[in-house]
Each structure stands twice: as structure tokens, then as C-alpha cells.
Design a protein around this ligand. Structure first.
Ligand code: CA
Ligand code: CA
Ligand code: CA
Length: 267
């Protein structure tokens, strides 16, 4: 290798490590890791080394829009990202991430995730989520906000079962694993459980779509929640959710459950 080639190769290494430093962002806690793309949503969640999630994405549709737009750095400005460690004495990895987006017209969307892993081998993991929509204009703002989730429990895709209970809780099971997502507040306006293909096409079809209330599906299960929102001038709207992965009911190890509760109390 000539000297000039060596210098060029070193420069490339420098460039690529700079790019890596900007993400993706990997949270870790206990038996779990959760990975977030640089510019949009969640792209992985592993519990005891087993992959559980294919994708979690967010979409929005303002009153003037003729289709849904993904919350990402193509459709919005990504104004900030932070990760922090809330339990440095028990686990030195970062366990919380916040990402802030804005549309340049007064709409701000902030997403926050906090990972709480279980003890090794427990099969348990929790992800708390908060989404804050801010109207920084001096007029009332109407919009629809969507959360889309595609779990492939146990790392395989086409054999999951899912249902929505009470309009605010999604449940999915496969491979002896049970997942539930509860919208703590507020109740979604609409929801839909179905195949990942059908649901993603709602957001990619270049037209206005609303969810249809389907409550159950078996196969490549995915689901979405929709909030139709009006936010007063200078006001904000906050959505709180929690996702919990456990061994399926019946195989739930009491020891594991006790372990997760112990970790939670310590925080
Ligand atoms: Ca930590
Ligand atoms: Ca659509
Ligand atoms: Ca799926």
C-alpha cells in the first residue's frame, strides 16, 4: 500500500467512526437492549439475547395534509437527541432516549423511551414511552397522530397472535412470550390490528387513511393506534404508554416476576 493510499484509508476510518458516533442509539438495562434509528423510531428490542421487535414508527397528519407523514428527519427537522443513564450504580449503560422533531411551522414532536430490563434469564422487559406534541403557534392546531408497531416475538414473523382489549391495550403472543402495550393516557380515538403489510400501506398509500377498529389478527401481527387531537395555541398534548414483555401466562416464572419488581423498586 502506498503512503497516499494509507492516508486515504485512515481518513475513511475517521469518517465512518464519526458517523457511527451519531447512532443508531442502543439502550441497555438488565437482560435487554433497545435500538433506535438516528432519525426515526425504534428498530430493535432484544430480551435475553432474543429479538422481539421489527419496528416501531410514528406518523402524523396535520389538518392541511393530504396523507400521513412519518416522524423522521426527512419530513421534519431533527432538533435534538439525548441519551441518559438513570441507574449508573446498578447498570452503567444508558437506558433513556429523547428525540425532538419540529416542522418549522410551530409543531414540535418529542419522543422519550425508558428501558427497564429484567434479571438475566427472566424473559421480562419493560419500555415506558412518552410522546409530547406541542403547538407553538398562536392558533388552535388539529392533527392526527399514529403509532405503528410490528413485533415479531421470539425472532420469527408469521405465527403470532394479537388482539386489542378495551380500546387501549394491545396484546401479542408467540413462542411462550407475552407482550402487552397499554396506553396509560389518553384513550386512542381509533385502533387497528392486522398484518404489517396492510398497516404499512395505510401510511404509504399517499392518501388520507384512518384506522378501522379491527381487534384481532393472526400471522405477521402489527397494530396501530390513532389519536385525533386539537391542541390550543401554545399548549401541548402528551401520550403515555408502556410495553411489557413477559413469559406467556401459565409459564410465568414467579422468580422472574419477583426479580423485575425488585429492580423496579430500586429505581
Ligand atoms: Ca444504566
Ligand atoms: Ca394513508
Ligand atoms: Ca409482526
Amino acid at each position: 500500500m502506498s503512503k497516499s493510499t494509507t492516508v486515504f484509508a485512515l481518513a475513511l476510518i475517521g469518517l465512518s467512526s464519526t458517523a457511527l458516533a451519531g447512532g443508531p442509539y442502543v439502550l441497555g438495562d438488565g437482560n435487554s437492549t433497545a435500538t433506535f434509528a438516528v432519525d426515526s423510531g425504534q428498530i430493535a428490542w432484544e430480551v435475553d439475547g432474543v429479538s422481539q421487535l421489527f419496528a416501531q414508527e410514528f406518523y402524523f397528519r396535520r389538518a392541511s395534509d393530504t396523507r400521513e407523514h412519518r416522524v423522521d428527519s426527512t419530513n421534519l427537522s431533527l432538533d435534538g437527541v439525548f441519551t441518559t443513564d438513570t441507574n449508573p450504580f446498578t447498570d452503567t449503560r444508558h437506558d433513556t432516549i429523547g428525540q425532538l422533531y419540529s416542522d418549522g411551522l410551530g409543531l414540535e414532536i418529542e419522543t422519550r423511551f425508558s428501558l427497564l430490563g429484567g434479571n438475566a434469564g427472566s424473559g421480562m422487559s419493560d419500555l415506558a414511552e412518552q410522546i409530547i406534541l406541542r403547538n407553538n403557534t398562536n392558533a388552535t392546531m388539529s392533527l392526527s397522530f399514529f403509532q405503528y408497531v410490528d413485533f415479531d416475538l421470539g425472532g420469527d414473523t408469521f405465527d403470532d397472535q394479537g388482539r386489542i382489549v378495551g380500546g387501549n391495550t394491545a396484546q401479542q403472543t408467540d413462542n411462550g412470550i407475552f407482550l402487552s402495550e397499554t396506553v396509560v393516557t389518553p384513550l386512542p380515538t381509533l385502533f387497528q390490528m392486522g398484518s404489517s403489510n396492510d398497516l404499512t400501506s395505510l401510511f404509504d398509500d399517499n392518501a388520507i387513511s384512518n384506522l378501522d377498529g379491527t381487534v384481532s389478527y393472526a400471522g405477521d401481527v402489527a397494530w396501530a393506534f390513532q389519536w385525533d387531537i386539537t391542541i390550543g395555541a401554545g399548549q401541548s398534548f402528551s401520550i403515555s404508554k408502556d410495553k411489557l414483555i413477559t413469559p406467556a401466562p401459565g409459564s410465568l416464572a414467579l422468580l422472574g416476576a419477583a426479580g423485575l419488581m425488585t429492580r423496579r423498586r430500586r429505581r
